[in-house]
Design a protein around this ligand. Structure first.
Ligand SMILES: NC(=O)c1ccc[n+]([C@@H]2O[C@H](COP(=O)([O-])OP(=O)(O)OC[C@H]3O[C@@H](n4cnc5c(N)ncnc54)[C@H](O)[C@@H]3O)[C@@H](O)[C@H]2O)c1
Length: 282
């Protein structure tokens, strides 16, 4: 397993889903963890569970859209554990949904504030203590929704596309300080953010996800935690400005197009030059 011994990590959205799984995995890997979330009960529970590993974890009530909250959680990390090495800007909401013409400015703004401003603030306040520590790893959660256009959740998709590009820009700016900046673009992952959407329970969500991508596996929060652990670790020392897609092949191409082995009796070759040669290779 990748080792985070001696490192200090802040994980926003740490009370649930991917943030919860990442908090627990980072603690197992040896990091001291600050769990940051709006959800106090869930955040305290995760901090307690993470403290059962080798190291200490604490919870800090945080709204990632609020500048003073992000400043405070960074201060909490440095005052409690003496340094900051890893910032996982992971908190997010589905946000405004609907025909574009019907979405209010307030709903658009709140979506951007949580999903994009929150990431900017995390980068802004993590940089100084990481520079002091001699480097660090900033990871943010984008989405495959930020890589391809879609209808309905356009505000979310635009914010997540912003995370991809902000990641590149920040990577350029912070490289000289040995601060790596990357993001993860998850596909469909079975977390509470999806439960209840359209009236679907967890089982219905998971059977939908099973049909969603080519790889026959329901995406789990631990799949994202593993990707975050890699990007946080020294194994990713030369990786920065990158978007790591973790989607079971959902964005690789259409699921239905793959022939099965043995389906064609022989391999075929097509194209004008082949046809001109009478169906035989010259
Ligand atoms: N589940 C998916 O299919 C999927 C796919 C792509 C991207 N994502 C992204 O993954 C990230 C994690 O989501 P998840 O799937 O684990 O969902 P989740 O709902 O289980 O967890 C999100 C957490 O963020 C917290 N949060 C929300 N707004 C916050 C705020 N303003 N300040 C602090 N905390 C706040 C919530 O309380 C919750 O604990 C989000 O950024 C989400 O957009 C999810």
């Amino acid at each position: 397993m990748y080792d985070l011994t001696g490192k200090v990590a802040i994980i926003t959205g740490g009370a649930s889903g991917m943030g919860r799984a990442t908090s627990l995995l980072f603690a197992q890997a040896g990091a001291n963890v600050v769990v940051a979330d709006l959800n106090d009960a869930g955040g305290e529970e995760v901090a307690n569970l993470a403290s059962e590993s080798r190291n200490e974890a604490v919870f800090q009530h945080t709204d990632v859209a609020v500048e003073t909250d992000i400043e405070a959680v960074v201060t909490r990390a440095t005052e409690t554990f003496g340094r900051l090495d890893i910032m996982f800007n992971n908190a997010g909401i589905g946000g405004a949904v609907g025909p574009l013409e019907d979405v209010s400015v307030e709903d658009w703004d709140r979506t951007q504030a949580v999903c994009l401003r929150g990431v900017f603030l995390g980068m802004k306040y993590a940089a100084a203590p990481m520079r002091t520590a001699g480097g660090g790893s900033i990871i943010s959660t984008s989405s495959i929704g930020g890589l391809e256009g879609s209808t309905g959740m356009f505000s979310y998709a635009a914010a997540k596309a912003g995370v991809v590009h902000l990641t590149r820009c920040a990577a350029l700016e912070f490289a000289r300080d040995r601060i790596r900046v990357n993001c993860i673009a998850p596909g469909g992952i079975s977390t509470p953010i999806l439960f209840g959407v359209g009236g679907n329970d967890k089982e219905e969500v998971e059977s939908g996800l099973m049909r969603f991508q080519p790889y026959p596996h329901v995406g789990q929060p631990e799949d994202i935690a593993n990707a975050a652990l890699f990007l946080a670790s020294d194994a990713a020392t030369f990786i920065t400005g990158h978007t790591l897609v973790v989607d079971g092949g959902a964005t690789a191409g259409p699921k239905s197009s793959a022939p099965k082995a043995g389906q064609n009796r022989r391999s075929r070759f097509t194209g004008p030059s082949f046809e001109r040669a009478g169906g035989k290779l010259e």
